[in-house]
Design a protein around this ligand. Structure first.
Ligand SMILES: Nc1ncnc2c1ncn2[C@@H]1O[C@H](COP(=O)(O)OP(=O)(O)OP(=O)(O)O)[C@@H](O)[C@H]1O
Length: 556
């Protein structure tokens, strides 16, 4: 164990400097961190990066590498770091595993044998077999592993470039992802910092390795740490979770009831029409009491569109904005969606913040260094193009708006998008994403009353959020409504499956103040609503939620 006692850490005022957090920040060894929900994993990684760079523990020109699963998460942590320190931003490289592996394949493809080597300018595909011209996204990591195994110098190069590697959501890491990291950094010159929550292991179906923490501890001998404070949840929700987690971890039903779990309730309805009537009024009341619509989340196990159709109709009747996460929201959270919405916002609302973010996006995309004259003039050229084209757009015409966005993205140079994000090497994926974005803009354009209304409807920022459990991971809301607590939705559920228990835990742990669970005897999206649910699979959990975890039971 080695501590950085002589160093300084000066976090933002809102950060509570708990002993467990300080212990992690000042520890200089590799770290294996197990953290609970709302424990501030993402925040800690951002704080630690700033600490390492500002104290020169990661000395210039070396960098920190942050690896995660989703582009959104990579962006989220990069934004948090950028907001805290300009110095750190430059030297903090945040990537998804796929983008990281692709950067290795692109740079070192010659280390592969002729037969295995993809052609220069190969495309990425999401379906079908890999060929020399097209590499399946799942084969990218395999190719990167082969490259690093074939050429020992690559690992030396990476350890010379990065002093610290952060691995987020570590419980979801697959055997291949871990293999790539462990062979690249096996010399242990770089420090690895892995953070995750075993009770949020909901990706084992996608090959997440259940042994991942043990492997890491065996291979890298890290210091083991815990982050247990839950900064997200109210005392009532924490009290509920403290009981529920016993079942998640052991699969056993504890029999001592909690004393208080106010703000947590279980509702039973005869049919989903009554359910929709009731919850649309609940949502309305919450909004009039001052809760933002975007602080309310309706979660379903699956098919959110079908399960919440009746509720959405009622919300619409009450003019409450809501957004159901589906293909469009996935497209919106893609880098292409992010820049699409920023350009739209800048055009329609003239928001200086959106303009600043477009500039930053462009600089990041082209790795511009504004202390260099050439890079300054590249940016200047883009800015001039944007401003002159913007003046020509008739903002009452949606086709003109789409053409403008297209022109700006072309000017940004789509080759740079392809180089930075592997998914854009697939033409099908680009076409699909573009179609989703433009179709949604065309759909909401005629029904929006103002420019701000268009942006708000398009981005869904001020709307009640509706999504499935896998989507809600990592997010937080004041009120969480888990709708459709029924065997039909949780068809693969079994009390004895750890992953299935984790799925419920992920949903419940998104709540800050209130957890509502809803069950309906009949549901129209299943067998035309005629079928009565037996709910035998979930019966024990239902009983546990009410009798032991302290949820109020309300029969409507
Ligand atoms: N040290 C801290 N002091 C005060 N607030 C904090 C601290 N760390 C995090 N928070 C706040 O607590 C909330 C949860 O943090 P964060 O989202 O980073 O948790 P997490 O561990 O990633 O959660 P989960 O795994 O459940 O998604 C956020 O609102 C964050 O701003």
């Amino acid at each position: 164990m080695s501590k950085a006692k002589a160093f300084t850490w000066d976090p933002d005022d809102f950060i509570i400097q708990t002993d467990e957090l300080k212990d992690i920040i000042f520890e200089l060894s590799s770290l294996s961190i197990l953290a609970g929900p709302g424990a501030g994993k993402t925040e800690m990684l951002a704080q630690k990066s700033v600490f390492l760079i500002e104290n020169n523990i990661c000395p210039w020109p070396k960098k920190i590498l942050f690896l995660t699963f989703k582009t959104e998460a990579a962006k989220n942590v990069k934004d948090r770091v950028s907001a805290r320190s300009e110095l750190t931003k430059e030297r903090f490289s945040s990537k998804t595993y796929h983008a990281f592996a692709k950067s290795i394949v692109d740079k070192f493809r010659l280390s592969l044998s002729e037969g295995e080597r993809p052609d220069t300018g190969y495309d990425i595909i999401f379906k079908g077999e890999s060929t020399k011209q097209k590499v399946h996204i799942n084969d990218i990591i395999k190719l990167a592993i082969k490259i690093v195994r074939n050429n020992g110098k690559i690992s030396t190069l990476f350890t010379a470039s990065y002093t610290h590697i952060f691995l987020d959501e570590f419980q979801d890491t697959t055997i291949e992802q871990y293999e790539l990291i462990s062979i690249l950094f096996s010399s242990q010159r770089a420090k690895l910092i892995c953070v995750g929550d075993l009770n949020q292991s909901i990706m084992r179906w996608a090959n997440a390795d259940p042994e991942i923490y043990n492997k890491f501890e065996r291979d890298f001998s890290p210091e083991k740490k815990m982050l247990v404070n839950n900064f997200r949840a109210s005392e009532n929700v924490k009290s509920f979770l403290s009981k529920f987690v016993i079942f998640v971890e052991s699969g056993k039903f504890d029999n001592l009831p909690v004393l208080t779990a106010g703000g947590c309730s279980f509702h039973f309805f005869d049919d989903d029409l009554k359910e929709a009537d009731y919850f649309s009024s609940v949502v309305e009341e919450k909004i009039s009491s001052g809760i933002l619509p975007s602080e309310i989340c309706v979660i379903t196990k699956q098919k959110p569109l079908e399960y919440t159709q009746k509720l959405c109709d009622r919300l619409k009747g009450k003019e409450i904005q809501h957004v159901v996460y589906g293909a469009f929201q996935d497209s919106l959270s893609e880098p292409l969606g992010v820049i699409f919405s920023l350009i739209l916002e800048c055009l329609l609302s003239r928001s200086p913040k959106a303009w600043e973010e477009i500039n930053e996006f462009y600089q990041d995309l082209h790795y511009l260094d504004l202390s260099k004259h050439y890079d300054q003039s590249t940016l200047h050229d883009f800015v001039n193009f944007f401003s002159s084209k913007k003046r020509e757009v008739n903002i009452k015409n949606v086709d003109e708006i789409i053409t403008f966005i297209n022109q700006v993205i072309k000017k940004m140079d789509f080759k740079a998008f392809k180089a930075k994000w592997p998914q854009y090497k697939s033409k099908d994926f680009v076409d699909f994403t573009w179609k989703e974005l433009t179709a949604q803009l065309k759909k909401i354009f005629p029904i929006s009353k103002s420019a701000c209304g268009i942006i708000s409807l398009f981005c869904g920022k001020d709307a009640v959020q509706i999504m499935n459990i896998h989507k809600c991971k990592g997010l937080e809301y004041k009120v969480v409504l888990l709708l459709g607590f029924e065997d039909d939705a949780f068809w693969s559920y079994s009390d004895s499956s750890f992953e299935e228990r984790c799925v419920l835990y992920v949903a419940f742990t998104r709540a800050k103040d209130e957890i509502i669970v809803s069950q309906s005897l009949t549901r129209s999206c299943i067998s035309s609503g005629k079928k009565q649910h037996s709910n035998t699979k979930l019966a024990n959990v239902e009983k546990y939620l009410v009798e032991i975890c302290g949820m109020d039971y309300i029969r409507h």
